[in-house]
Write a protein that binds this ligand. Structure first.
Ligand SMILES: [Zn+2]
Length: 528
């Protein structure tokens, strides 16, 4: 037993440092920080205890080295994310890193990681080595009496842990299991797997497809932060004007299929659904994508993205983009890009392009993939949109005010950009859908969590998938398709729960398709 307290024989300290880096988030209260620290200490101690039980010296060494290696990498990642991105490492970052090739990653590391952070990390590791050498020379041994007292204290802490079970959600084990859940649901095809037989499509006889169908994929928009859905801050002033003119229609009770980008897109943009995923029979890329369906219906497809194009292994969006006639990516590293471009680049880049398209009198399907309100929220809008400030959020706890203000500012900017995109199409026969990939938890499930809904926490998950959903119909569209507009108006006022995983069916419904692959469209369309 005494040996367990000998610092030099275990990876205790590094494990501890990695674990405890989880609470440097600045948004935690001191007491909560203390409890998370306790939680981390306990996990570190149990790990140490288990390793100490291994009799075979070499096996113990190998495990210790592995553990130290992995925890050191996680420690560095955590420190970087917390100090630079003000959030913990999460599945989005891992996805982004998996999708970045080695050259890009080293280039990114050399230009983006501030020297002070590198110095700090080296400092921590040096002091750990000194501590380790010191403990080798002066082993720290407890007598029998003190060992019993220490074990007693740990037991008390464990009881407290179980009592405050919520802390579990901010500890490292939870984050790792969440990451595994996400990665488990995630798979990428190779090129040969993307070749499908063309879908079989049957049309409604009397309906003609519109000139333009536009899909705006937003990012991280929580419905309960939209003034169009009753939020008390005016976050959608421009879209409200369109709404009042009956050009824009808002649907309530809409959920996203997942709380993270990659997972959500694989459902939203293909006929794959969550039921298929549960049954494990098919993968998302074995189903027809909305791009393939639109091509089959005679549409030319174009993709404008302000999110990262990323590397070979990753980024589901890239698979869809590359199947379009033309595609444009304006961001290299995505949310982590420090020279990031604001979403208005989507308007500037597509304006002339669309003017030319409209002259040609074809059917076009244009997709915009926005950076929207991806955290860090304050990186998503220019200074002139710094409209909401901390002082307007006094009814919220202090740690939340600044974050809520920047989030709402990013939504205000989002409102401006979406309105500008709509303006490009206002004089042409166009129907536009705005749907974010998922929502944001925004402190609803716990006073300390504000980014994605957590995969393994039902309350956080539910908030994380609550999204706004809007359809804009241009005046000339409304004139040509009064029957469709009537259906939209009816469904707007008769709330119906709908999941955006059925988006391809809605789009097919809007252009007059009756069946795809002998499957009825209307039952899955929100306009049913
Ligand atoms: Zn997202």
């Amino acid at each position: 037993m005494i040996a367990f307290f000998t610092l030099g024989t275990s990876p205790y300290f590094i494990t501890f440092f990695y674990n405890s880096s989880y609470f440097y988030d600045g948004s935690y209260s001191y007491f909560y920080t203390f409890l998370v620290l306790l939680h981390c200490t306990l996990i570190s101690y149990i790990v140490t205890l288990l390793i100490g039980l291994i009799q075979h010296k070499n096996t113990r060494r190998v495990i210790q080295i592995l553990l130290i290696g992995i925890s050191s990498i996680l420690f560095i990642l955590n420190i970087y994310c917390i100090f630079e991105l003000h959030s913990l490492v999460d599945s989005d970052y891992i996805m982004l890193m998996l999708g970045t090739n080695v050259n890009e990653a080293t280039e990114f590391a050399s230009t983006q990681i501030p020297f002070s952070i590198i110095l700090g990390i080296i400092g921590v590791f040096l002091s750990l080595i000194v501590l380790w050498l010191f403990s080798m020379r002066h082993p720290f041994k407890l007598g029998k009496k003190w060992s019993i007292i220490a074990l007693g204290l740990i037991l008390i802490c464990t009881m407290k842990e179980i009592y405050r079970w919520g802390i579990w959600r901010d500890g490292p084990i939870y984050h790792i299991t969440e990451l595994c859940t996400t990665l488990n649901d995630y798979s990428m095809p190779d090129d040969s797997q993307l070749k499908h037989t063309p879908p079989s499509i049957s049309y409604i006889d009397n309906q003609e497809a519109p000139t333009n169908v536009v899909l705006i994929i937003g990012e991280s928009f929580a419905r309960f932060h939209s003034s169009l859905y009753g939020y008390d801050k005016l976050t959608n002033p421009n879209l409200k004007v369109l709404y009042d003119k009956s050009l824009l229609f808002c649907f309530d009770s809409i959920n996203a299929p997942a709380p993270t980008t990659s997972l959500s897109l694989q459902y939203m943009l293909t006929t794959f659904n969550r039921e298929d995923n549960k049954r494990h029979i098919t993968k998302w890329y074995e189903h027809h994508s909305v791009i393939e369906l639109m091509k089959e219906c005679g549409f030319d497809c174009y993709w404008f993205s302000n999110q990262a194009r990323a590397g070979n292994f990753n980024y589901i969006a890239r698979v869809f983009a590359e199947s379009c006639k033309q595609y444009f990516f304006f961001q290299r590293e995505g949310a982590m890009d420090y020279n990031n471009r604001y979403d208005i680049v989507l308007v500037d880049s597509s304006y002339q392009f669309v003017q030319k398209l409209n002259v040609q009198n074809q059917h076009n399907f244009i997709i915009y993939h926005m950076m929207g309100s991806h955290f860090d929220y304050d990186k998503r809008y220019p200074d002139e949109f710094n409209h909401f400030s901390e002082n307007e959020y006094l009814k919220y706890p202090k740690n939340q005010r600044q974050i809520l203000a920047t989030y709402d500012n990013s939504l205000l900017y989002n409102d401006y950009v979406v309105n500008q995109i709509i303006n490009i199409y206002k004089d042409v026969e166009t129907i536009i859908l705005y749907v974010p990939d998922h929502g944001q938890d925004m402190f609803r499930s716990s006073p300390d969590h504000h980014t994605h809904g957590k995969m393994n926490d039902p309350v956080s998950y539910a908030y994380g998938i609550e999204i706004p959903f809007m359809i804009y119909a241009s005046p000339s569209y409304q004139e040509k398709h009064p029957d469709v507009v009537e259906r939209i108006k009816y469904c707007q006022s008769h709330t119906k729960a709908w999941n955006s995983e059925n988006l391809p069916y809605l789009i097919m419904d809007l252009i007059g398709v009756k069946e795809i692959n002998h499957e009825d469209i209307r039952s899955k369309s929100v306009l049913n």
